[in-house]
Design a protein around this ligand. Sequence first.
Ligand code: CO8
Length: 259
Amino acid sequence: NGKYNNIIFDKKDNGVVLITLNRPKALNALNQELCTELGDAITNIEKDETVRATVITGSEKAFAAGADIKEMSSMSFMDVYKSGLFGPLEVIPRARKPIIAAVNGYALGGGCELAMMCDFIIAGDKAKFGQPEIKLGTIPGIGGTQRLTRAIGKARAMELTLTGDNMEAEEARQSGLVSRIVPSEQLVEEALKTAQKIASYSSPIVQLAKECVNKSFETTLTEGLNLERRIFQSTFATSDQKEGMSAFSEKRKASFKDE
Ligand code: CO8
């Protein structure tokens, strides 16, 4: 972990990496250094064939309370524009390997947006989500208006964005923002278990499945169905599909080789 100051990078021996945002005094506010480190970590994970799934978490009190307001407050338009503020986080939605957000406590502003960049969110029962930028005289800038609206629908996304109010974990689950809720003290363990399950499958096939689900946000139903069918067919050219189906017939556990 030596090279990171704002995150803890914990590579387990089962193909899973746990990244913990680690600026406790600032409730994990996303400063530029943290974003650069997180981007670097995900870039390395993408290149590392021994990593198959990642969990990003924060602390029990806060996943992340937003972009670092103190760092941003005196910036000019040119500062924000030229620095490409938060650009390093763009590797997260572009990643091919799965990334799970494990959210305890506050996921506000950029924190909510970071969680939504991940493939899915598992939340602790006391998690709170919101886009409070309006209270600061600005608006969400790393996907909040787009991803929250796609996740929970226009009416509630609009209300949350315009009021800056928070949404509790239970509502986040009911509205589809999070996949499920677990007791907060079990959150990280549960997220790691889920990541480990995903990591036990063929990594390239997992990546293809993820690509297809994500495509549903970018294309028409007909095109999405065509892509899915073609990718489904292409899995039959892999040894992992042969292994998975043989293992079922032979009533044994499949041993995937990522081939
Ligand atoms: N930035 C910097 N510092 C923060 C932040 C933040 N977002 N949030 C909390 N902190 C700091 C506090 O200043 C405080 O520091 P100190 O002890 O030095 O005063 C410490 O963390 C603890 O916070 P609180 O004392 O406020 O803790 P509370 O439990 O009383 O309150 C809250 C917790 C409700 C989460 C409160 O801290 C809060 O409202 N935080 C700000 C939430 C917010 O407005 N987030 C949105 C930020 S803007 C944003 O994310 C825009 C992203 C898009 C940018 C795109 C650019 C291209």
